[in-house]
Design a protein around this ligand. Sequence first.
Ligand SMILES: [Zn+2]
Length: 459
Amino acid sequence: MGDFTVLRGQEVFGAPLSLPLLRYEVPFLPTLEASAPPGGPVERGTYETLKAEYLERLRQLLPLDGVYLAMHGALSVEGMDDAEGDWYAATRSVVGPDCLLSAYYDLHGNLSRRAVDTLDALSAYRTAPHVDRVENVMRAADMLTHCLRYGLRPGIVWASIPALLPGEQSSTEWEPGRRLWADLSEYNRLPGILDVSQLVGYVWADEPRAAASVVVTGTDAGAQKRVATELAGRYWAARHEFRFGSPTGTIEECLSRAMGLKTHPVVISDSGDNPGGGGNSDQTFFLQALLKAGTRDVLLGGMTDRPATDACYRAGVGGQLPLSIGATLDSVMCRPVHVKKAVVKHLTAVTRPEDGEAVVEFDGITATLSARRRLYHAAEAFRDIGVDPAQFRIVVLKCGYLHPTMKALASPALMALSPGAIDQDIVHIGNHRRRPTWPWVADLAYEPAPYVSARFGRR
Ligand SMILES: [Zn+2]
């Protein structure tokens, strides 16, 4: 529970992604928003506690015409294979059969038959990196308000595609992602089609539902099936074309290449430990390599370590101290690095120690430390703490494909295929509980067979 930021009632409208809802004439009534950086399964008790509070708040708002659900789609909960499906079924049991449910999704979400049979509308991001968040809020909210105003009953048609990708290959900034997502909005012009989404799915939770999807919301199941069939076939045919967007190598290969370059900053992604995808953000493989190679003029962004961060606050800015860095969340996969003398350069003013962040220097390395997992992907995340990434020779990020602000600085960008919770070499991590899926089954045969939501039967 400590990893979640929970907003209740009107606080929900303080979150940037809820603000667009206030633009509608229809009143949106807030319930609860719980968000956290992705990383491992959510404890069952945490999930049940949040769900119970949400349902109670929902009950107090009855009767309702519609529910807007801001979801990701890859929530993994201990002992559950389909947490979102459970959430929607619980929602439906409170609001009744006639209320419309419209969900906002990440492009890296998974779907299930239960989710499709419970929701009435769904829209997912059409960009990775996700720069269309506000548009996605409005696509989901537009469908809901439009259908309520004109008395339409929309439904979902879903084509599950048994193909999964390492997340860092799913960018829409290069091919084939660029063309596969670019024209989705064109389909909205067809009669009976309200929205078209295409999801790559989430590969690192080994759940039966993990798969890519095409989701078509509309009022004409036949037209929706034709679109879903066409797009699912197109995605499947392109599956061999997905690539990483920058040169890749092992940590050592990327580091030695960077050290040989005259340009700066060379930005290297430590992709297996990216908290944006579910990594711990506390692995030390890259730090060990930097110290071993004696690399100087390096910015290492995004080490999570509560004890080390707390120690920096005790020492104060300008203080010098020995530090053990990393491997506090996962001490099985890697070991901590012991630094003899680190100098504290910056401490962010915080009211709760769990929000703490520090900048330290040791052995030619400037590193950010944070008490809990957080993303240091955008250039602003560093400038906010007095660090200018452009000034360093090498910048190492707990990141995958780069945020636009960091991409603009990178000269050049490299991606280390490092070990970690979100190892990009998905074939070798194995497939145990997912259905037969490409690439684990290299010669898998597939014909799109769109599934029509049971909600259509109510129209
Ligand atoms: Zn995503």
